[in-house]
Design a protein around this ligand. Structure first.
Ligand code: SAM
Length: 425
């Protein structure tokens, strides 16, 4: 049985490695083919591409590091970047994600002792990612929360949020928002402030008492005020009082629960020269030519997710203009436009990846499974200058059993991870 080892095989052996791969750690939910990779080929534009299908990483939920447990629309599980970072990079090498979202790739890479660079056109992504490279201790967070005047009277908010929060909760939230903003304006914002901002941003709305709001959709999809009013009527509910600092502290404890001293040291090293940008992924002049060992990334899949609309409340809390951000994001119904955008990104990746370096580009199937985006990306990657070494498909059991374990991709119509593996050879 071939166990995933931290010493990666030579590039030419990748195909053999993937063919012989067998997941020996963690009980598998994927019964029939466990242990054997299915190896076949897909033909696109007359060129044959190798395809490797197996359960390359475990399907179980919450198997990753607790530090990842920040919800974000269409994020991937930490096991995905872990697999490729382990396979295709060495300690201290630079790992990059041009569409970093909640920062899964860069946090996992930093935990594994790599250097990191990340980019996302939505500045929320930086707000969610950066603080987890320099996590404070629970005591530091407690002490800082004690300094914030949560319950002082404050003016009405600029928008009506009474359908989400009780008056007492809203007062705490507004005081926290104003306090954090002042610290930022005074140029004294530090790692503890940024951590509290990140946790609060993540706790704004959700479907349990661990969030500031009354019951609503999961935290990565803030509904509109009108929709929330209807939810309240249907459920006959009124926003309850919540303890804002108490919830922040509880979530802090949960995020830090698996963090070891050694991992803190690795994060600190990664944070020292981490580069986190808010550019268009096709234009990142801040990243040097030939500097990146490995890119692990997942772009927007056409228009399956409306990132700006989902994040309006998170943007409000952080004084960001959701509409303007929305205009910068690649959200398109047209495959042709998507192809043009992705080719520009792949050309930029070809510039920053070092010779012998890799790109693991995760996409899925869209339009009810009729369009496999990996078959669009593989030839585009080659047009940008890379050699496509194959398509890795991670299959998981999406039966009822798996769903009750929470194993379901939150992208509409996407049931597999398809990773196009490109080498700058
Ligand atoms: C599929 S999500 C990435 C999720 C990420 N892998 C994670 O685990 O959180 C795609 C991301 O691309 C960002 N994005 C969309 N258009 C972009 C562009 N043109 N340049 C950079 N980032 C963009 C979105 O804001 C979103 O965060």
């Amino acid at each position: 049985m071939h166990v995933l080892s931290p010493s990666q095989p030579p590039a030419t052996d990748i195909a053999t490695y993937l063919r012989e791969f067998s997941l020996s750690s963690a009980p598998s939910l994927f019964e029939p083919e466990t242990g054997s990779t299915i190896h076949d080929e897909v033909v696109v534009e007359g060129r044959r591409y190798d395809r490797f299908i197996n359960e390359f990483w475990p399907a179980r939920q919450r198997g990753g590091h607790s530090l990842h447990e920040i919800s974000y629309r269409a994020c991937f599980k930490a096991e995905l970047p872990h697999f490729f970072i382990d396979l295709l990079s060495r300690e201290s090498e630079l790992i990059y994600d041009p569409f970093m979202g909640r920062g899964t790739t860069i946090i996992e890479a930093a935990l594994m002792g790599r250097r990191v660079a990340g980019n996302d056109a939505n500045p929320l992504s930086r707000i969610l990612s950066l603080p987890r490279l320099s996590p404070p201790t629970e005591q530091e967070v407690y002490a800082r929360l004690e300094e914030i005047p949560f319950d002082t009277p404050c003016p009405e908010p600029d928008i009506d949020l009474s359908m989400f929060y009780s008056p007492a909760t809203l007062r705490q939230l507004l005081n926290l928002r104003a306090w954090l903003h002042q610290r930022w304006k005074d140029n004294v914002e530090d790692a503890v402030d940024r951590w509290i901002r990140m946790v609060a941003t993540n706790r704004l709305t959700g479907h349990s008492s661990g969030f500031f709001s009354v019951y609503t959709l999961p935290p990565n999809q803030a509904v509109s005020p009108e929709r929330q009013k209807r939810i309240n009527e249907q459920r006959n509910q009124r926003p309850p009082d919540r303890d804002v600092p108490g919830i922040i502290l509880k979530k802090t404890r949960s995020l830090l629960r698996k963090l070891t001293l050694e991992e803190r040291k690795r994060l600190k090293r990664a944070a020292e020269d981490a580069l986190l940008l808010t550019n268009d992924a096709a234009s990142t002049p801040e990243i040097a030519d030939d500097s990146v060992a490995l890119v692990v990334t997942s772009p927007p899949f056409l228009n399956t997710v409306q990132y700006a609309a989902d994040n309006w409340l998170r943007c409000w809390f952080n004084h960001l203009d959701a509409e303007r951000i929305g205009m910068k994001l690649t959200v398109t119904a047209s495959l042709e436009q998507w192809r043009v955008s992705m080719l520009a990104v792949l050309r930029e990746l070809f510039r920053v990846v070092r010779p012998g370096g890799w790109v693991a580009f995760e996409v899925g199937e869209v339009r009810n499974g009729t369009l496999n985006l990996d078959e669009v990306i593989a030839p585009l990657g080659e047009r940008a200058g890379f050699v496509c070494r194959g398509i890795v498909m991670n299959r998981q059991n999406f039966t009822k059993t798996a769903n009750c374990w929470g194993v379901a991709n939150n992208r509409k119509g996407t049931n597999t991870n398809r990773i196009v593996l490109l080498e700058k050879s």
